[in-house]
Design a protein around this ligand. Structure first.
Ligand SMILES: [Zn+2]
Length: 378
């Protein structure tokens, strides 16, 4: 290693100590080990790969392995994450989904492109396409019965507060009318088997329905997500005029807390354990026969532990544990108790942690409304 290389590596390490440089400028991952020496930002390995694939956003270098010119090191010192965020994130709308390092590739790539390539967030007062109030386009949607993806027309309307889809482009009647305030949308590339796969969950007649969509173009599908979020925020501001942005943001689309297989028994707990796919979406625990089912087989509302809800490791004595899995969880609700089993102890502990986090959280007025709605389900 040359003396010059050693010196630049040491100086870069010092610059990393400055506030803001201790986390990736784009996804927040700790200890960034790469830099974009044209933008003057420190980024993580994953984001550096995205930067490298976008020629317009400049040159990426490893902080420890690459050769840095003196003027590049100086540029990093003069700029850095905090200053560059004040430029490139000067006007990120509050509904825009800012991905973290746990989010999928398409979300992180489009965030990076929106920031630096399209410079969408540099100037306040610019009208972004997510805010046009309506969006109309074709998306590939998974067929409920055969699992085949077919092109469908989707229409989002802020005025109506709905997302509709049509089986034919010129069809008059939509196949479904989805109220935006019941929508959750999360990217699920692995489950759907497409890097741009988006799961939309919504309520119809108090029951959860899933649709699975994608678009070959990453920008298109991420634009749909942010357009839905913009319409949701608009709807919420009308519905809750006194609420602050901080109160409303968690009510927009959000990632599921946890998903995975567990076994469960029926209500009499004598039918034997059956393997089901579980999805925990905050206070809503849903279970499906298959991860890509359109309808939940059942749903459990998780209230607060002060109102008769609890979750603990183990099964009641005498439970006929005919299932393959041994790591039990007993969930008690005011209506009934649920017995689950997990494949591993680690999985059991992880589910319990998430259940207890939810059961310990204070209920909002909207969640009391949701609890009451659950009682109306057929
Ligand atoms: Zn990153």
């Amino acid at each position: 290693m040359s003396m010059r290389h050693e010196r630049s590596t040491r100086t870069l390490k010092e610059i990393l100590q400055k506030p803001g440089n201790d986390a990736c400028a784009d996804c927040g991952a700790p200890y960034p080990e790469w830099g974009n020496c044209s933008l003057g930002v420190f980024i993580c390995l994953d984001c550096s790969g995205i930067h490298r694939n976008i020629p317009d956003v400049g040159k990426v270098k490893s902080l420890s392995l690459s050769h840095w010119e003196d003027q590049e090191v100086k540029f990093m010192a003069e700029n850095g994450n905090q200053l560059m965020k004040s430029t490139y994130e000067a006007a990120v709308p509050i509904y825009y989904y800012k991905p973290t390092h746990r989010d999928c590739q398409v979300l992180r790539e489009q965030w990076i492109r929106a920031k630096y390539e399209r410079e969408e967030f540099c100037d306040p007062g610019v009208n972004l396409i997510y805010e046009e109030g309506t969006r109309d386009g074709m998306l590939m949607k998974r067929g409920r019965d055969n699992g085949q993806f077919l092109s469908r027309r989707f229409v989002l309307s802020e005025r109506e507060g709905t997302l509709k889809y049509f089986t034919k482009y010129d069809a008059k009647e939509p196949k479904a009318v989805i109220k935006v305030d019941t929508i959750n949308a999360t990217f699920q590339p692995e489950k759907i088997g497409n890097p741009n796969g988006l799961q939309i969950t919504y309520l119809k007649d108090y029951s959860t329905r899933n649709i699975f969509i994608y678009h070959d173009n990453g920008k298109e599908i991420v634009d749909w997500l942010n357009s839905i979020r913009a319409v949701q925020l608009h709807y919420l501001k009308v519905a809750f005029p006194g609420a602050t942005d901080v109160e409303l943001i968690p009510k927009l689309t959000r990632n599921f807390l946890k998903e995975g297989y567990m076994e469960k028994t029926g209500p009499r707990q004598t039918e034997g354990f059956k393997k089901r796919w579980f999805t925990l979406d905050h206070r809503r625990l849903m279970y499906f026969k298959d991860p890509l089912d359109a309808f939940a087989k059942g749903e459990v509302f998780l209230g607060n532990k002060d109102h008769g809800y609890s979750a603990a490791a183990g099964l009641p004595a005498g439970t006929h544990c005919n299932g393959a899995w041994q790591h039990g969880i007993t969930m008690v609700t005011p209506d009934r108790s649920f017995l689950f089993t997990c494949e591993t102890e680690g999985d059991q502990q992880d589910w319990l942690k998430h259940f207890n986090d939810v059961l310990s959280a204070t209920m909002s007025p909207q969640e009391y409304t949701m609890a009451a709605l659950f009682k109306h389900r057929p």
